[in-house]
Design a binder for this molecule. Structure first.
Ligand code: PBG
Length: 311
């Protein structure tokens, strides 16, 4: 009765990695308990999550092939588009979030298009912010067409929320909300995800477009800009190392706040539990409760089903 913070399965969003083929359930060595799933297997897992009361799923795609233009991201019959169409007929209450980004689809693994520059005789590759925006817009519109309830851009290009909002409106999706990965920090905790999604950058890193973990005020500026541009909900990512940012965003803004308990946060608990150093269930519930206590409305977590079972 005196507990101040409660966890609700309906506030969890479970991420999935969708891969081509049939009856595919591939282990991901750095994420025990998480798999790359073909669409038929995905449907089973999503239905199981729905029956446990999990509120939503976030879809990431592994395309059959990658190229410089990220064409797998926006193809009508792209892997996430196909998965969305298949799920649309299968789920009732569950909210379908589509991750909108290019890094799973580009041959170089960056979240935007690249351009080579010569800097004092040295070859430098830069992510091109503005040329990336139309490709993200095509991706978002194709995902909305395929049945996504919410578009969730995770690329961190500047100005993309306003650009995507207009593109969605123009395509007849004025009612499709945007959850912006607004304060997304360049983090070591994404390591296992990049294995899972095969999206590690081939050269360089993402520090040109993701945020410096030392900056809290800048995070609030990013969130304010995204809301101004039309974001309906905002995300802080990762979660545990950024609980102060979650709390500040909650205090200052009145839109729903999501927090992503990312792959490395999940795998750290799983690895320690496997070694017998931590009690998995207790560590999991404590981590998730702290994220809610900090002020997150929604938690993206690979633990969604396990936590829902305990609630
Ligand atoms: C990038 C993206 C990342 C994650 C989701 N989308 C991070 C990255 O590779 O920079 C990470 C999620 C996780 O670690 O669980 N589009």
């Amino acid at each position: 009765m005196v507990r101040e913070t409660r966890l609700e399965p309906g506030q969890f969003i479970l991420p999935f990695f969708v891969t081509p083929g049939e009856r595919v359930r591939q282990d991901i060595s750095s994420m025990p308990g998480v798999h790359r799933l073909s669409i038929d297997e995905l449907i089973k897992d999503v239905k199981e999550a729905e029956s446990l009361g999990v509120g939503g799923v976030m879809l990431f795609g592994l395309p059959p092939s990658k190229d410089e233009a990220a064409s797998g991201a926006w193809a009508e019959d792209g892997i996430v588009q196909k998965a969305l169409r298949a799920l649309r007929g299968e789920v009732k209450e569950m909210v379908l979030f589509a991750d909108t980004c290019l890094c799973e689809y580009t041959s170089h693994g960056h979240c935007g298009v690249l351009e080579k520059r010569n800097e004092g005789g040295r070859e430098v590759w830069d992510v091109q912010n503005d040329p990336t925006l139309p490709i993200l817009a095509k991706t978002a519109v194709s995902q909305a067409k395929a049945g996504a309830d919410v578009i969730a851009p995770s690329d961190m290009m500047d100005g993309r929320i306003g650009y995507l909002r207009k593109a969605l409106d123009d395509a007849g999706f004025a009612n499709t909300p945007i959850l912006s990965y607004a304060a997304k920090f360049a983090s070591a905790f994404y390591g296992p995800f990049r294995d899972a999604a095969d999206s590690a950058p081939q050269h360089g890193d993402r520090r040109g477009y993701q945020m410096d973990g030392a900056n809290a005020r800048e995070a609030l500026r990013e969130v304010a800009l995204d809301i101004e541009e039309g974001a309906d909900a905002v995300m802080v990512k990762p979660a545990l190392a950024y609980l102060d940012i979650i709390a500040k965003v909650r205090e200052r803004f009145d839109v729903p706040v999501a927090a992503y308990h990312v792959s490395g946060e999940y795998s750290s608990i799983m690895a320690a539990a496997k070694l017998g150093w931590l009690d998995r269930d207790r560590a999991m519930m404590e981590a998730l409760t702290s994220i809610r206590r900090a002020g997150a409305d929604w938690i993206l977590t690979y633990f969604a089903r396990e936590a829902a079972r305990l609630l």
